[in-house]
Design a protein around this ligand. Structure first.
Ligand code: SF4
Length: 196
């Protein structure tokens, strides 16, 4: 028969008395604990969608949990690292961990902003306005900085007045397309966020 020391006996006695006291007050620790766990499962039954963090070239995988609301809209419940990803194995850096703010932050900028030359503030403008503005500026810069021959008289046909930086979240096809377009304009200064 196992022997119990005086110290062990006292430890068991104190723990048992605490549990009895809590139950006696109408507070069942086991039930309280299970209720707490149940309440924390706010993603239970949510739809799971997979994506990539847009911030840097590491390309960590994300899981977004969404739920359909009764009014037909979709509610974003949570974004976290994808444990199945060989890249981040469920982890995210502090920046990626705030990815949900991209969707729900009240401070999110939801339309292009434009500050005219000499203006003191930004104003919201349409995407059409911005695309026209960019196209006009590219044309003007290219016309002003295009070089057909270098100092030795060799034909170069290049544009040195514009630089282009690709995003780390580009797919291979987007990267190929962007490079083709920029080379077609004669750009020589091409960079990628992955190397910055
Ligand atoms: S979570 Fe951090 S390290 Fe991973 S892709 Fe996003 S910014 Fe880069």
């Amino acid at each position: 028969m196992p022997t119990v020391t005086r110290r062990e006996f006292l430890k068991v006695g104190v723990a048992g008395a605490g549990a009895v006291a809590a139950t006696g007050l109408g507070f069942d620790i086991a039930v309280a604990e299970s209720t707490r766990v149940k309440q924390n499962l706010r993603i239970a039954g949510a739809k799971e969608l997979h994506s990539i963090c847009p911030y840097c070239a590491v390309g960590c995988s994300l899981v977004a949990y969404t739920r359909q609301k009764s009014n037909g809209t979709t509610e974003l419940l949570q974004i976290e690292g994808d444990p199945d990803s060989p890249v981040n194995e469920g982890r995210l850096c502090p920046k990626g961990a705030t990815a949900m703010q991209l969707a729900i932050s009240p401070r999110r900028v939801e339309s292009p902003q434009y500050r005219a030359s000499g203006a003191t503030g930004w104003k919201s403008v349409s995407w059409d306005f911005v695309l026209d503005k960019i196209a006009n500026n590219v044309k003007a810069s290219r016309d002003a900085s295009f070089i057909t021959t270098d100092g030795n008289g060799s034909t170069v046909n290049r544009c040195e007045g514009i630089a282009f930086a690709g995003g780390a979240a580009f797919s291979s096809e987007e990267g190929y397309f962007a490079t083709k377009l920029m080379r077609g304009l004669g750009l020589v200064h091409l960079e990628q966020q992955a190397r910055v």
